[in-house]
Design a protein around this ligand. Structure first.
Ligand code: MG
Length: 395
């Protein structure tokens, strides 16, 4: 586990032939203990039968009631490691195992957060300050977090770094509601629109800008927010309403011309089914380090394609997870754009070897043609950022 902006959690699977596979999991409380408990399901098995092994893992967790939830964070990283291993064994890249490529490069969008982007949080979203964080924080101040001009500046920086698609968090302007819903004031909605206006003025019409609400607002507010944002041609409005009720998306969809997106907290194809079949949103954002695996991601993408929907995967991973996501993103016909959440992590690129650096160039990742994932973990560097108290694989 690497203590970065989040806990980047890696799974390595070793075989008696000497081949290994590497995967990355989305963070969760108790994640490494879950992985260690689940490994008994895989020990002694033939790793080539990936789908069957994933179902064995799923079955092993069934007594714990897991038709969804964070046990899939563990299973998903294990599936990624199996696919890396099988690709290496067969001498083909993971994208080949997923059906082949529609494109050689994957378009990446930069998550920008707000006027200031630097953050590091633990498995329960608690703020923390690892040594690297303290080093890069020098000179940064949170005081401009909410100012439209600070967001505009950050947008310009991302575009200068080659990105032509960005995302900002819209829900920072309003004090935290701790799970409560309340009606926003007109001033608060105008502040959101002013921040988007500043961003659009800074980057022009050629850059796509998505906005994220993190499930924070009741339907009435979101209808007003969407109306205020309509003039700015936004890419999508993400997780505008609480996540539990797909009908809210249907009502919202009928009320606005702003495209909608959700999916980062959904698990397996079953979690996406109703949203897809009702066309409740326009973009789906499965998290491919969490939702059940790259094969399951392929199934969701195929299902969505039948309903004319696009896939814009959520990704807050380190480079191992982002690269695994790229293998799926190049292999599906209805791919839109993939998230990158590491602009402020100074060592983001350093823990990977075997590919050109930086991995993201001109806002794109060129997907490798070499076997498996196509890259290795730079273990000495990664260990240097290892999370205190966590072991290093089986050590
Ligand atoms: Mg989001």
């Amino acid at each position: 586990m690497v203590e970065a902006n989040y806990d980047w959690t890696f799974v390595r699977i070793e075989t008696d032939t000497g081949l290994t596979g590497l995967g990355e999991c989305f963070f969760a409380p108790g994640l490494t203990a879950m992985i260690r408990d689940l490994r008994n399901v895989l020990i002694g098995q033939d790793p080539r039968h990936v789908d069957r092994l994933v179902r064995k893992l799923q079955r092993a967790a069934s007594g714990a009631g897991s038709v969804s939830g964070i046990v899939y964070n563990a299973i998903t990283g294990m599936e990624g490691a199996l696919l890396d291993l099988v690709g290496r064994a067969c001498g083909v890249p993971i994208w080949q195992l997923l059906g082949g490529k529609f494109r050689d490069e994957v378009r990446i969008y930069a998550d920008c957060h707000a006027g200031v982007g630097l953050e590091s949080v633990g498995p329960s979203l608690e703020h923390r300050e690892p040594a690297w964080f303290q080093a890069v924080r020098a000179g940064l101040t949170e005081e401009h977090l909410h100012e439209p001009e600070a967001s505009a500046r950050r947008a310009r920086q991302a575009v200068e770094n080659g990105f032509d698609a960005l995302k900002f968090d819209l829900d920072l302007d309003v004090e935290s509601q701790e799970g409560q819903l309340r009606a926003l004031t007109t001033d608060e909605i105008q502040l959101m629109a002013a921040r988007m206006a500043a961003i659009r003025a800074a980057v022009g019409p050629g850059v796509d800008v998505a906005l994220d609400c993190h499930w924070r607002y009741p339907l009435a507010d979101v209808i007003r927010i969407a109306a205020a944002l309509e003039p700015y041609g936004i890419f999508w409005l993400e997780d505008p309403v609480p996540p539990f009720n797909p009908r809210s998306f249907l009502t919202l969809r009928e009320s606005t011309r702003v495209p909608l997106c959700t999916g980062e907290n959904l698990f397996t194809r079953h979690g996406f089914r109703e949203l897809i079949e009702t066309q409740a949103v326009h973009f789906l954002s499965p998290d491919l380090q969490k939702m059940g695996g790259l094969l399951e991601g392929r199934r969701v993408a195929d299902h969505a394609e039948m309903y004319d929907l696009l896939i814009a995967p959520h990704c807050i991973a380190g480079p191992i997870g982002l690269l695994a996501s790229c293998h799926l993103c190049c292999a599906i016909p209805n791919f839109a754009v993939l998230e990158f959440h590491g602009q402020d992590v100074p060592f983001w690129d350093e823990i990977l070897t075997g590919l050109p650096r930086p991995l993201i160039q001109g806002g794109r990742v060129r997907v490798p043609d070499t076997p498996g994932l196509g890259a290795e973990l730079n273990e000495p560097v990664a260990r240097g950022y290892g999370k205190p108290g966590e072991g290093w694989f089986t050590e």
